[in-house]
Design a protein around this ligand. Structure first.
Ligand code: G6P
Ligand code: MG
Length: 218
């Protein structure tokens, strides 16, 4: 069989941590007197921690000191880590293990490409760290999605050319990053939001082995 590099985003693709990010950001926004909605949260998916806080402050028309900014970033992460600590493998999204198993059995290299600095902690909590040949996360990059840096490094780590890589992404910024990297983008979520992806599926239960085979043989 041919070889393709399969790169997985983490939050919203492997596990549904978006709800925990939302709860933690909402708590923080409330403390600043900012009303923060789920629609706005959609725009924070795939976006780095720093950039997320900048966006929330802009939506609320607030300017704060650098000191308070750093303090709030720390507090948000503490709150988020509290939710993460409770996670286990039951939070892995449906059919993700099945797809990972299929790729592994067919000797396809698998990489993680996440903006999160907590990626390794989460993979450990849900016990799927060993499914990845390489892990590239928010600690390894200088430029956040939609910049393609995270995916380009993820491809390099598994010795695959970008044009031979396939990215699973749930965020607008992430699909844009995959497209810019010249990779095949597979959106996980709604077609309305991820219309710029090469393919879109609601979740992994809609992804068949035949489809994966067709990508590998392309
Ligand atoms: C992912 C999430 C974002 C989050 C970012 C940074 O891309 O979709 O919502 O802000 O990671 O995560 P971190 O765990 O480092 O705060
Ligand atoms: Mg994501």
């Amino acid at each position: 069989m041919n070889k393709k590099g399969f790169i997985f985003d983490l939050d919203g693709v492997i596990v549904d941590t978006a709800k925990y990010h939302f709860l933690a950001w909402q708590q923080l926004a409330k403390g600043l007197g900012i009303n923060f909605t789920e629609e706005e949260n959609e725009q924070l998916k795939g976006v780095s921690r720093v950039r997320s806080l900048e966006k929330i402050l802009a939506w609320g028309n607030k300017t704060i000191s650098q000191e308070l900014f750093n303090d709030l970033m720390g507090k948000k992460n503490e709150e988020y880590l509290g939710y993460i600590a409770e996670m286990d493998e039951s939070e892995i999204l449906p059919d993700v293990p099945k797809v990972l198993k299929f790729l592994k059995e067919n000797k396809q290299p698998i990489s993680l490409g996440s903006a999160s600095k907590n990626a390794r902690t989460i993979l450990e909590r849900v016990h799927i760290m060993s499914d990845f040949d390489a892990i590239v996360d928010g600690n390894d990059v200088t430029k956040a999605k939609p910049d393609p840096e995270v995916f380009l490094i993820a491809a390099k780590e598994i010795n695959m050319k970008p044009e031979n890589c396939i990215v699973f992404e749930d965020s607008v910024a992430g699909v844009e990053a995959a497209n810019t990297a010249n990779m095949i983008s597979i959106g996980i979520g709604s077609k309305t939001i991820l219309g710029h992806a090469d393919y879109v599926f609601n979740d992994f239960t809609e992804i068949s082995e035949d489809f994966l085979k067709s990508l590998i043989e392309k």
